[in-house]
Design a protein around this ligand. Structure first.
Ligand code: ZN
Length: 556
């Protein structure tokens, strides 16, 4: 969150680079209860800010001047901006005005729990949430319910209020504490970890207290409510680089898909990999729990469904939905699994990012439309989170002094381009190979796009034939080798998305393409045939031998 705010500030403020260090905190029962109490007050204060701010926003939008300001054409930039800022001024809809409001709202009993600066950061948070609604980036704001609570609170500085201090104690061992009101929460610090010891030698800008749900009160480090506390330190400078993570100097072209990634450096070995394939079983387990919760919900609330089993529209005064104990248990279990999945995904992303950066720190890729992907491939985008991967890559590349160039897809259209003849030919999604009458190919299309990206000039991202003639001679064999390696891994049993243009593992191939294959029905009786990974493909999928990817459906 902190990063976001600094980005939105005016450029006149000098931005110093920051990074985060997270340390677990040890809280005894009393401390946990008191911190929980402060957070609860923070939650109420945040909701009060949201509600007051929402009133301001509504009044501002109801003003006829708002419609007039909207009617000013976007070409009249200054006039438009002046009209809107006059409105914001009049209705007190600005970060500054929210800080003033926070002073009024932070009355007696609240003030005991919430220092002025924390109230200010919460006010900023409420303002930014409402501002997203104001500028059309969000539909509504979300109030924090009592059961969910406020799970993080941050300071602006590290000298007053909630702050993190390092103390040298007897025998010269240093301890870190988060001080908040009268409590001292000890942080667990592993001084032998080079990342931790390096980070703690940097200046601390401010601290953020984060509460996380553990799977149960018996989980390690959890309090009696099943909650863990951690402190996130926002530090000045650049994050520590482990010596094993050295940055390469090559230029790397990437082609990122919803479930796969093609990595083509100018010099080194090319790769075609599925994204986060290891997460599949976890994702399936979560899906099973979701179905279980749906059954439990139905069993406990028959009055909310009509005779055909559809959920009724919620009428006014309708009875509340009941949550059985079993349902609550399933929900907790699912939440734990989801947290674990997210952590696993993060570490997989981290590994991949370091592998890419080890080859080269100048990276060229097409800017992808996450919105569009989310609509089209919601399930796999949710599992593989390619957007998060790019964000991670951008941060890592920047910290090594390299650059990530995201070129606009509209002008480059790498997936349609052929460098042999310079034509743009649209390929249907199922066509996983680039093969042009001019003699280029066949080559797996993602690898080919990544190759084109690697030799693109980010300053002028229009592909031109002349640029590619020489590199292609060396690259063709590398791309083919990359695909062969991927095929080999698939044969060894790795699950690969269909988008990679690899037929399923050889062991599962039907003996003769002409024989009917009854297996799909036998293997997966409860699933719709052909729609599930693991079901066999029909013989016609293999019609063209290895290079056939003419599956009628592009399944992800
Ligand atoms: Zn061509």
């Amino acid at each position: 969150m902190g990063n976001k705010h600094t980005e939105e500030r005016k450029p006149s403020k000098t931005k110093t680079p920051t990074f985060l260090l997270e340390l677990p905190l040890v809280a005894d029962a009393g401390q946990a209860a008191r911190v929980g109490g402060h957070l609860e007050v923070g939650r109420q204060f945040y909701n009060a800010m949201l509600s007051a701010g929402q009133r301001r926003l509504r009044r501002m939008r109801a003003d006829p001047a708002w419609q007039e300001a909207r009617a000013i054409p976007r070409t009249h930039k200054q006039e438009r901006r002046a009209a809107f800022s006059a409105l914001r001024e009049r209705y007190g809809f600005s970060e500054y005005a929210f800080h003033e409001l926070a002073k009024e709202l932070r009355v007696s009993w609240l003030a005991e729990h919430l220092d002025a600066v924390l109230a200010q950061t919460l006010a900023s948070r409420a303002y930014h949430a409402l501002n997203r609604v104001c500028v059309g980036m969000a539909k509504r704001v979300r109030f924090k319910s009592k059961s969910r609570g406020l799970d993080s609170i941050e300071n602006k500085r590290n000298d007053t209020g909630m702050r993190f201090v390092l103390q040298t104690q007897d025998k010269g061992c240093r301890q870190g504490y988060l001080l908040w009101h009268d409590d001292q929460l000890r942080a667990l610090i592993d001084w032998d970890d080079p990342v931790v010891s390096y980070s703690l030698s940097q200046r601390i800008k401010y601290a953020r207290l984060v509460r996380r749900r553990a799977s149960s009160p018996r989980a390690q480090g959890a309090d009696s409510e099943g909650e863990r506390y951690v402190v996130q330190l926002v530090l000045t400078g650049l994050p520590h680089h482990k010596p094993k993570h050295t940055a390469g100097t090559d230029t790397v072209g990437l082609d990122l898909g919803p479930t796969s990634i093609a990595i083509v450096p100018r010099e080194a070995e090319a790769r075609l990999e599925p994204l986060c394939a290891e997460l599949r079983p976890d994702a399936r387990a979560i899906r099973r729990l979701q179905r279980k919760m749906e059954r439990q919900r139905r069993a406990a609330n028959p009055e909310h469904y009509d005779e055909r089993g559809r959920a009724k529209k919620r009428a006014k005064g309708a009875p509340r939905w009941k949550q059985s104990r079993g349902y609550q248990a399933s929900r907790r279990r699912k939440a734990t699994k989801e947290r674990r999945l997210a952590a696993h995904r993060k570490s997989l992303h981290g590994q991949l990012v370091h592998q890419i950066v080890a080859v080269g720190h100048k990276i060229v890729t097409e800017k992808i439309s996450y919105r569009g992907w989310q609509k089209r491939y919601g399930k796999s985008v949710g599992r593989c989170a390619p957007g998060m991967l790019i964000d991670h890559l951008r941060r890592t590349v920047a910290s090594t002094g390299g650059t990530l160039h995201e070129v606009p897809t509209r002008s480059t259209k790498l997936s349609q381009y052929c460098h042999g003849c310079g034509r743009f030919v649209k390929k249907p999604l199922w066509q996983r190979w680039h093969q042009c009458p001019c003699g280029i190919g066949p080559v797996q299309r993602d690898l080919y796009s990544a190759f084109l990206a690697a030799y693109l000039d980010p300053a002028d991202p229009i592909p031109s034939c002349a640029r590619y003639v020489v590199p292609w001679e060396g690259a063709e064999a590398r791309l083919r080798a990359a695909h062969e390696r991927a095929t080999q891994r698939a044969k060894e049993g790795q699950v690969v998305p269909r988008s990679m243009g690899i037929p399923r593992a050889g062991a599962r191939l039907p003996q003769s393409p002409s024989e009917p294959t009854p297996e799909p029905v036998v293997l997966a009786p409860s699933r719709p045939a052909g729609n599930v990974e693991g079901t066999l493909r029909t013989p016609r999928d293999y019609a063209g031998g290895v290079f056939s990817a003419q599956s009628p459906r592009h399944h992800l």
